[in-house]
Design a protein around this ligand. Structure first.
Ligand code: AMP
Length: 631
């Protein structure tokens, strides 16, 4: 029935569909005559569980049917695929995942899931979900969708974004854009307030991820001012807490150890989520698991208070991200006009109360906005982005930001930031660098992501070598340009400015770092801010001392004897002192960045007569060359 309704209705839909490829559920939406709509399947269901079951023979089963088959075939039913997309097994805390299905290639990228003799990648499994969404869309649109905008969490790195794009392509879709979920949600809300200038926070608490973004909406222009989050914090964690609690109750009642049986675990998982959802509207619910074993059935009455006390530690974790994003945007909560709730987990009353409390919504400003269906806002926003790309909303623009700073390693082991954190993307920025050794044949471009001053404290995204024409140090010029496209993918270009020889490398992402966690990086940068700055000053002061010492030694060799003896002696004493300082490997004691800086100034003033003399000599040679002075 619904299909027919849609067939009649979608006569002017945009060709680009919007897809919210969620950890728990996925949705597809389109823009119809300027209005974004979520499409339902033949049975009127708008959410498609992001679950894929691989049967022994035949095609993969996706969605609701796969979710049901999880109870019967947990070992071949894959859930939470999004947690693994574009990631290496070594980066995943498998103990935390409660997985019934196997994962191989633990140390490699990408991981694979062996099912019925076939190695499935997260991309190919996600492609199965996307194919199902494509079918739902084609049923509703009369026409086959050709292209899509797919959303990802704000903290997805390049590898995760690329893998998502690949999944779309495997599903036969042209992926026009990969956009951040909170940005998409803001688009969905922002349509109603096109003319208003306002600042909003998007509190997105889904099944597997939490994101907090601060956006500014101004006359149809959306700009993300700051974004913060955790790719491993979501409603699933609440389910885990509840599952742990109930499995203890089962043991206390003389029942089996649920964790050791994949089938029981799957049944408990289903029951737990259903109970959690029920308690968003009811004050009490009964969890019933008949015949867990032949002798044991489980029944338990769970109250909303019990669920809330189990969930509180998980929900509370979102506070720090809210405060951090506000600080990054340079705002106080009452500078915000609205807090938008997105993601299925925000249907839980305690989550709403908590978000309202963190942002002080009870004080009157900002207003807690729950006018959109939290499950659908992201998909609607993706469809709107699709509409923008196909020209349906010409007065809307979409701007995103970089979640972490990007830069390269420079001499002394410091990170030189080229694109700072929270820069609006797409962006192209470059800088010129020079060589530190004479006649270097090549230079290593080491690309880094992070907020710390020293290279080892940041994430290494990759490195490559650019060969160039050897020149004396300081003469060669290497241009380095970072370009982040609208999908957040980083391309690094390095060019020998003299010859034009260049190399462009698409960077892989921070998954190469063990247990990579953006939030941890930000926290560490705050914690070590003072030491890091001191370290940078120290390294820079030491480099400066090295350069001045080397130049002074050369100058003294060439022209030292032309200086009065007392000046020569003064410089020699300073040089001995400098060499002594440079032989110190570690800073400490009296040797600090400040003391080095002081010494550098002293060295500058002591060596000034030599520097002046050198300059005179250079000028003299030049004038002789030009014939102004006789040879
Ligand atoms: P999403 O990733 O946005 O699809 O959100 C999925 C998460 O929201 C899952 O953890 C669901 O259990 C949770 N969820 C969905 N509906 C509700 C509800 N009514 N109350 C509490 N949690 C919900």
């Amino acid at each position: 029935m619904l299909q027919w309704l849609y067939r009649g209705k979608f006569w002017s839909v945009a060709k680009i569909i919007g897809i919210d490829l969620g950890t728990t559920n996925s949705l597809v939406a389109v823009v119809d005559s300027g209005i974004p709509l979520v499409l339902a399947d033949g049975q009127g269901r708008r959410l498609t569980p992001s679950v894929v079951c691989i049967p022994a023979s035949g095609d993969p089963i996706v969605g609701w049917e796969a979710k049901r088959s999880r109870e019967v075939q947990p070992e071949t039913t894959v859930t939470s695929i999004k947690r693994f997309i574009g990631r290496r097994g070594g980066d995943i805390n498998l103990a935390k995942e409660f997985l019934a299905y196997p994962i191989t290639n633990i140390e490699k990228t990408p991981i694979t899931i062996p099912l019925h003799g076939c190695e499935w990648s997260p991309e190919s499994l996600s492609a199965e979900i996307l194919k199902t969404l494509k079918i739902i869309a084609s049923e509703g649109m009369l026409d086959k969708p050709e292209a899509a905008v797919i959303t990802v969490p704000a903290y997805f790195n390049d590898a995760q974004r690329n893998a998502t794009r690949k999944a779309g392509e495997l599903a036969g879709l042209k992926v026009e854009r990969i956009i951040n979920e909170p940005t998409a949600a803001a688009l969905a809300y922002g349509l109603n307030s096109l003319k208003e200038k306002s600042k909003i926070a998007v509190y997105d608490f889904g099944g597997g991820t939490f994101d907090l973004s601060i956006l500014e909406l101004n006359k149809g222009v959306f700009q993300v001012l700051a974004t913060c989050g955790n790719t491993r914090l979501g409603g699933d964690d609440i389910d885990c807490k509840l599952a742990e609690f109930l499995s203890r109750q089962i043991i206390n009642l003389g029942g089996p150890l649920v964790e050791e049986n994949a089938n029981m675990l799957a049944r408990l998982g289903e029951a737990v989520e259903a109970a959690k959802i029920q308690l968003s509207t009811d004050s009490e619910t009964t969890i019933s698991l008949p015949f867990l074993t032949q002798e044991f059935s489980f029944e338990f009455v769970l109250s909303r208070e019990q669920l809330e006390s189990l969930s509180k530690p998980v929900i509370k974790k979102t506070r720090e991200y809210c405060l951090k994003a506000l600080a990054d945007a340079g705002l106080k909560s009452n500078d915000l006009d609205q807090v938008i709730l997105v993601g299925g987990q925000t249907r839980m009353p305690l989550v709403r109360e908590f978000a309202a409390e963190v942002f002080g919504c009870d004080q009157g400003k900002p207003e807690l906005n729950i006018s959109q269906n939290p499950d659908e806002a992201v998909a609607l926003g993706a469809a709107i982005q699709g509409g923008i790309l196909s020209g349906d909303y010409s007065d809307l623009l979409l701007l995103d930001v970089t979640p972490l700073s990007l830069g390269i390693e420079t001499f002394g082991g410091l990170m030189n930031v080229i694109i700072p954190r929270n820069t609006t993307i797409p962006v192209k920025r470059g800088e010129a660098f020079t060589t530190v050794a004479d006649y270097q044949k090549d230079v290593l471009i080491h690309v880094l992501q992070g907020e710390r001053e020293r290279v080892p404290d940041n994430w290494s995204l990759g490195r490559f070598t650019l060969e160039f024409e050897p020149q004396p140090k300081g003469m060669a010029k290497v241009g380095v340009q970072f370009e982040i496209d609208a999908d957040g993918i980083l391309n690094v270009l390095a060019r020998d400015i003299k010859t034009g020889n260049e190399k462009v490398v698409e960077m892989r992402s921070a998954v190469d770092v063990d247990d990579a966690d953006v939030q941890q990086m930000i926290e560490e940068s705050v914690e070590h801010a003072f030491d890091d700055i001191e370290e940078r000053r120290w390294i820079e002061a030491k480099l400066r001392l090295e350069q001045t010492t080397a130049a002074t030694l050369k100058g003294m060799e060439a022209y030292g004897s032309d200086l009065p003896e007392d000046q020569q002696r003064e410089i020699e004493i300073a040089l001995t002192e400098a060499e002594g300082l440079l032989s110190e490997k570690e800073k400490g004691g009296a040797l600090t960045a400040a003391s080095l800086k002081e010494f550098n100034s002293k060295l500058d003033s002591v060596t000034k007569p030599l520097a002046d003399l050198m300059m005179d000599k250079v000028m003299e040679q030049m004038l002789k060359k030009q014939g102004v002075l006789p040879n």
